[in-house]
Design a protein around this ligand. Sequence first.
Ligand code: ATP
Ligand code: MG
Length: 387
Amino acid sequence: MEVYLIKPGELTLKGGNKADFEFVLKRNLREMLRGSHASIETTHGRYYVRTPPEGEQQVEGVLDRLMGISGWAKTRIAEKNPEAVCAACVDEAKALFDGGARSFKVNARRTDKSFPLDSYQLACAAGEAVTEAIPELTVDVHHPQNTIFVEIREKAYIYGFGRKGCGGLPVGTASRGLLLLSGGIDSPVAGYMMASRGMKIDAVYIHAYPYTSEEARQKVLRLAEIVGRYSMGIRLYTLGYTAIQMRIKEQAPEAWATVLLRMAMMEGAEKIARRRQSKCLITGESLSQVASQTVENIICTQSRLKLPVLRPLIGMHKEAIIRKACAIGTYETSILPYQDCCVLFSPPHPVLRGDPAEANRLYEALELGAMIDTAVRESVMEKCGFP
Ligand code: ATP
Ligand code: MG
């Protein structure tokens, strides 16, 4: 059996709510591991996952996507006596050495006070055992390339190589939000970020077939799939807005088309949100990134809404958003060529600082209400990325 040790993240800080957070974390982990032969064990605020060796890859993939943990490590388990612990440290050190490490230190902790060596003595003994077995590896207590952790608890755990987790909070501890998901780079990152704060998310995609292609929709579906693997699944609602876009194009001043379409998207999204008892909308907007994302135009697009709009990327630079998209695995899909909005509907000279009163007057004149209701009623829901 392989054993993984999981270090919970911020939830160690959550005082009175800690038990609830732990409950959700464990439930999420169990759900993500469903269908595997792995088992979960919790003792003293620690989580361990055991798996037969063939399940290793799957478990590591799950731990890399589990929100609410600061890190994880594959651990060795030794008998609780100094010789066995030192021998396990030597094995771990060999693995680190093979991985390129040339300096190390041992960090030992003893919660079981019946163990014959105290933490300091154990660290020294393990350090000596390692340097004796692998003379090329030197002890460096200040700037080691690797640290071997030893924990003497109900068993002796020894681990070196560890990986950072997603951090944040377990999905399902912070209510529900509805993400406006396009095929771009930003909105999948925005969804990921809210999920990493514990929010359960659904998504809505506004489609204008045939002006936006079936490939564009497939791309959004694929993005929902990727984000959904972190967020315990996503329900993606696709809304057909072709008729709405046509009416805006035919009847509204060209320069206003984008702002008016955004207002219509928000209205449709809010209706879906109500159905799902979502408490907020989420977008991938970032200040001044494009014409529709000036403060004035953002004020226009949210001016008719009751629900708040959360914009986790609002102060982020494009490079940072791209880095995050690469890290979570959405970037490659986002840059596929299929556009989520058609140039036909994008004015060459859009309004940059729309006046909300003017925006509302133009919007109301379009009388889109019934068309939006139809789009919502005929929306198609798909479940993506469920564990
Ligand atoms: P993204 O990379 O997320 O597409 P963007 O920089 O292209 O963002 P816009 O196209 O102005 O910016 O979109 C702003 C936000 O509006 C998006 O982040 C997304 O939340 C939402 N949005 C845009 N187009 C759609 C769409 N077709 N369906 C659903 N939401 C959309
Ligand atoms: Mg876009």
